[in-house]
Design a protein around this ligand. Structure first.
Ligand code: UT7
Length: 335
């Protein structure tokens, strides 16, 4: 069988209209715009007022299909990376499948937190490379506002809502598409970033709700220390094993959790800041959506072009982290 490469042929995103700025948060918790900006790089984030994760995911999916000139019936698989599914079951993937009318598709949700999109992208690529499927929608979508405690200043300043998606298709050109990946996990880090209640360990009760266990908990300092090393390590490693230097990389596409983590990763890769995709200032941390949201914005602006070499890098709850080396294959956007 002819070997195949999985390539990204289309990208798009959906962000809600409502903006929650640092100044808005100053009125809710004891914080300042200055503290948030200097510690994280965030100025504002988006909040979905009505609807659920599947609504944002479905809209991102529709936009991807429109860009590629396809209908929902052309899709074989839908993978939704999310930690804020509409409900435990059915999967958000099934809800999206129904909402967009993808009658020929099967799919599933993937729980990889901030590395969810990267995990899903590499999983989706396997269906293409094996020859099993020809069109896989990979969506990163999170409505973080539903698991954020807006009385907790440590965390409520960080997160926002968004969805973004890419389409994977096969190519016989082995020098484009998803060229390499490094995926890692370390469950011993689970205790530093989690949602304690609502699952089979601590099913929801009045007590779990009173204790706020239905909200995200993060020990930011501990996560920061590991994230800054983890994301830089896998980015440097993927460059080294592909004999690349900073000059060979057109864009670093990092998970957007903290500008200081992004800067440290770029520095380790010896990459000029002008070649790092950063939109944390506008959206905060949208968990599974950050990486495809960057791809989509840069592609639409005409800055991410066909043939460019990019490195995706993530770190998140689990711990989960990883990197991917990608030769961008979508036709250039009409700017
Ligand atoms: O996406 C998944 C992976 N997640 C990450 O990668 C996040 C990693 N962690 C971080 O990005 C950072 O640790 C945070 C942005 C969460 C926190 O920044 P930090 O520089 O580590 O601050 P800190 O938690 O050490 O807090 C420093 C001080 C504390 O006061 P004291 O104890 O020094 O008096 C906090 O109480 O800042 C205080 N503080 C705040 N002050 C104003 C914490 N949150 C706030 C706030 N506004 N919102």
């Amino acid at each position: 069988m002819q070997k195949k490469r999985a390539v990204i042929t289309a990208v798009d995103h959906y962000v809600p209209d409502k903006v929650l700025s640092n100044f808005d948060l100053e009125k809710i918790v004891d914080t300042t715009d200055e503290w948030i900006r200097t510690r994280t790089g965030i100025r504002e984030r988006r909040i979905l007022e009505h609807g659920a994760t599947s609504d944002m995911a479905a809209e991102a999916a529709r936009r991807v299909l429109a860009n590629r000139g396809l209908t929902a019936n052309d899709i074989d698989v839908i993978i939704v990376a999310t930690v804020t599914p509409d409900m435990f079951f059915p999967s958000t993937s099934c809800l999206v499948q129904d909402k967009i009318g993808a009658k020929n598709a099967w799919g599933f949700d993937l729980s990889g937190a901030c590395s969810g999109f990267l995990y899903a992208l590499i999983t989706g690529a396997q269906f293409i490379e094996s020859g099993m499927h020809t069109r896989v929608l990979v969506i990163g979508a999170d409505k973080m506002s539903t698991i954020t405690d807006y009385a907790d200043r440590n965390n409520c300043i960080l997160f926002g809502d968004a969805a973004a998606a890419v389409l994977l298709e096969p190519s016989e050109n082995m020098s484009e598409g998803i060229l390499d990946s490094i995926l890692r996990s370390d469950g011993s880090g689970g205790k530093y970033l989690y949602m304690k209640g609502g699952g089979s360990l601590n099913p929801p009760t009045h007590e779990t709700v009173d204790k706020g266990w239905h909200y995200l908990y993060q020990d930011g300092k501990s996560v920061f220390k590991v994230a800054v090393i983890g994301m830089a390590d896998v980015s440097a490693e993927i460059m080294k094993r592909n004999n690349l230097t900073g000059k060979d990389i057109d864009w670093l596409v990092p998970h957007q959790a903290n500008l200081r983590i992004i800067d440290a990763t770029a520095e380790r890769m010896e990459l000029d800041k002008s070649r790092v995709m950063i939109n944390i200032d506008k959206y905060g941390n949208t968990t599974a959506a950050t990486v495809p949201l960057c791809l989509s914005e840069w592609w639409k602006a005409g800055k991410l072009k066909k043939g460019q070499t990019i490195v995706l890098a993530t770190f998140g709850a689990g711990y989960t982290w990883g990197s991917a080396l990608v030769k961008w294959s979508a036709e250039d956007a009409k700017v």
